[in-house]
Design a protein around this ligand. Structure first.
Ligand code: BV8
Length: 234
């Protein structure tokens, strides 16, 4: 397969085989709450401890999971690919980094980052926030929130992402259901720019019909195969 400039979009499905629950699968609830009900500024204003505990639990869970063959394959692609490559992930886990990805953008933020709502600084964070630790920057307690893009908030890096979408000649979506915008609209952008669009997913997504090719199956099986095809062609 020939390509020069690749944009890869990943979602919760790429981390599923590592044991990180997806959002809309049978494991998609947390203590009976739908993510959409917890991952919002309104929920945080209404019940900050509940929301902080939700993210504290997921941040702690990162220590119990490891990258799977799909993450490792993208790490190999990143190390070897001579052309443009951008991996845009909707995921807030650190499995892409641990799998070797470098040209990576977390459009929905990261569990391992805390954002101070007083001084606006962001800090690497591995611990808890529900106990209201002081901000390492301004020292204020109770001002740190998860550095996560909630529903109704603007995703990170949109300018960079749309530039890459307009330039790419291969767009690959991996493990995302196509429910959440603006990410679900990226395939339309890439297609309009003339890119070949491939979807790798366990089941058809909400936007499968917009892809030139749909490869149904587990990311851990199909992503290494795609990466080998790409590296053979370069
Ligand atoms: C915004 C961080 C604009 C939180 C997340 C109506 C129409 C269009 C848009 C909207 C609308 N109503 C509201 C909106 C906007 C809203 C939205 O899209 N809502 C949806 C629910 C309709 N979007 C937003 O609010 C976004 N912001 O639009 O801002 C704006 C404009 C001006 C000013 C201000 C703002 C922000 C959205 C970001 C929300 N944050 N994550 C957290 O993680 O706690 S979203 C969250 O769900 C994830 O990050 C992910 O992005 C998203 C979708 O999940 P997926 O990754 O797709 O996972 P899912 O479980 O759904 O699917 C997994 C897939 O994997 C499945 O298909 C499954 O088959 C597959 N799979 C499973 N196992 C495997 C597998 N595939 C391969 N191998 C396997 N082993």
């Amino acid at each position: 397969m020939r390509a020069e400039r690749i944009l890869i979009l990943t979602g919760a499905g790429i981390s599923a085989e590592s044991g990180v629950p997806t959002f809309r699968g049978p494991d998609g609830l947390w203590e009976g709450h739908r993510v959409e009900d917890v991952a919002t500024p309104e929920a945080f204003a209404r019940d900050p401890v509940l929301v902080q505990r939700f993210y504290d639990a997921r941040r702690a869970h990162l220590g119990k999971v490891a990258p799977n063959p799909a993450h490792m394959a993208l790490g190999r692609l990143d190390a070897a690919w001579p052309g443009d490559l951008l991996i845009v992930t909707q995921n807030v886990d650190d499995l892409h980094e641990r799998g070797g990805a470098r040209r990576l953008l977390h459009m929905h933020g990261e569990l391992k980052s805390a954002w101070c709502t007083r001084c606006d600084r962001r800090h690497p964070w591995g611990g808890t926030l529900s106990d209201q630790p002081p901000c390492p920057g301004c020292g204020h307690r109770g001002a740190l929130r998860p550095d996560i893009v909630w529903f109704g908030e603007m995703p990170y890096g949109m300018h960079h992402i749309y530039n890459a979408l307009d330039r790419c000649d291969l767009f690959v979506a991996i493990g995302t259901s196509g429910h959440v915008y603006p990410a679900a609209g990226f395939v339309a952008e890439a297609r309009a720019a003339g890119a070949r669009c491939i979807e790798i997913n366990l089941d058809p997504s909400m936007v499968s019909d917009q892809f030139h090719e749909s490869r149904l199956g587990r990311a851990g099986d199909l992503v290494p195969k795609l990466v080998e095809e790409l590296l053979q062609g370069c």
